[in-house]
Ligand binder design. Structure first.
Ligand SMILES: NC(=O)c1ccc[n+]([C@@H]2O[C@H](COP(=O)([O-])OP(=O)(O)OC[C@H]3O[C@@H](n4cnc5c(N)ncnc54)[C@H](O)[C@@H]3O)[C@@H](O)[C@H]2O)c1
Length: 367
């Protein structure tokens, strides 16, 4: 990993893309009978097996799905490395609409489980966008390499509450850095995406007395949130135009891009979505120049992977909370490093993660 920042070069060939992101392996799975079309990307296994969730999304093209899985798996490498856990980075995507019945079927998820099993533990899966403990249960029929299973199967269940907790702590650390005080009381926080993580995050924000703005593309998600908490609903297209103190992306990635970044009126960006910066270097630098504090996504949304990692090595809720709580201090440490070296917070986080990977690689070579 010589280059710390990846440009959005459009590589035309598959191996060109693997070279650009320095991946180890990509596996395609297909089953005509079940409708399975999946891609598993293994980015780096220096620290341990490549763990990362399975996302199901209605991608516009196979190229878009590949780009997503490559970016997401690389993010997992950094996420685990910076969190001090012994996992590599991987991710999987299924092409399909999770709201349609055929993409909820047992046969589909079991046929996917067979593909995961064929990797013999090099890739370990869990939940992500569009999947839940239910799908993990189907996958577990075919492979032991699945975490985040329901508790009645000995699993740690849905990782989203822990992801939300870590994201909330990262947000508080960001407030501390920006305003000298980590209270979120009265702060206007725009939560984009009221899904698994967004909903739990809103719970924490409500408890602390933040002013919550929320947006989702599905009416039922908004209704469920509005029933429980006092929120102001913002249409999905207006998110980047409203005044807010904190923007919390909790939907899909790449929302910090050429179309949105100049419009944003906020002091902090701190959310759970993976790969928020469409171009890490360009958009990271624009945020730095605009003095918008950016909490690196893979640093603050690590609660979920910490939770599922502990399932591999010995789970207890207490241990999961204690490990996730380290996100607060680590976020402050990253901001201090970025300031000292005059680099973006994202770059500072990548450097810290790479240092750990390189250190452990050297150590392993000696044994
Ligand atoms: N679940 C976890 O533990 C976890 C861990 C780390 C990172 N993440 C990341 O956090 C994000 C949310 O994950 P999740 O598990 O809550 O997924 P989810 O599918 O439960 O929720 C995502 C929500 O975003 C909404 N959405 C999609 N596009 C939108 C748009 N343009 N505007 C507003 N809302 C939109 C969806 O309707 C959905 O309600 C994802 O980027 C995911 O990769 C999740």
């Amino acid at each position: 990993m010589q280059e710390t920042l990846i440009q959005n070069k459009t590589e035309e060939t598959l191996f060109g893309q693997l070279d650009q992101y320095e991946h180890e392996q990509v596996v395609y799975g297909y089953d005509k009978d079940t409708g399975l079309k999946c891609i598993i990307a293994i980015h780096n296994t220096v620290l341990g097996p490549a763990l990362g969730g399975t996302r199901i999304w209605n991608y516009n093209s196979e190229k878009e799905a590949l780009k997503d899985v490559l970016r997401l798996s690389r993010g997992m490498t950094y996420k685990s490395a910076i969190s001090g856990i012994n996992l590599g980075g991987g991710k999987a995507v299924l092409i399909g609409d999770s709201r349609q019945e055929k993409y909820k079927s047992e046969k589909l998820w079991r046929s996917y489980g067979k593909v995961v099993n064929s990797l013999n533990g090099k890739y370990v899966t869990a939940e992500d966008v569009g999947t839940s403990a239910k799908e993990m249960e189907y996958i577990a029929e075919e492979t032991e390499w699945v975490m985040g299973k329901p508790s009645y199967l000995g699993g740690s269940g849905d990782p989203s509450p822990m992801t939300a907790y870590g994201t909330y702590l990262g947000m508080k650390a960001s407030a501390k850095k920006k305003w000298g005080n980590d209270s979120l009381e009265g702060k206007k926080v725009m939560v984009q995406g009221a899904g698994h993580v967004g909903a739990y995050l809103i719970g924490y924000l409500a408890k602390e007395g933040a002013q919550i703005l929320v947006s989702d593309i599905y009416e039922d998600k908004i209704e469920a949130i509005a029933k429980e908490h006092k929120v102001e609903v913002i249409p999905a297209d207006d998110v980047y135009d409203v005044d807010m103190d904190i923007y919390a992306p909790c939907a899909l990635g790449a929302t910090l891009n050429d179309d949105t970044i100049d419009k944003l009126k906020c002091s902090i960006i701190s959310g759970a979505a993976n790969n928020q910066l469409e171009n890490e270097k360009i958009h990271g630098n624009i945020l730095k120049e605009r003095d918008i504090l950016y909490a690196p996504d893979f640093l603050i949304n690590a609660g979920g992977v910490i939770n599922v990692y502990l399932e591999l090595v010995g789970y207890s809720e207490e241990r999961a909370y204690a490990t996730t709580e380290k996100i607060y201090d680590r976020t402050l440490e990253i901001y201090a490093r970025a300031e000292k070296d005059n680099i973006t917070s994202h770059q500072a986080a990548i450097e810290l993660a790479e240092e750990r990977i390189n250190d452990i690689a050297k150590l392993k070579a000696k044994i």
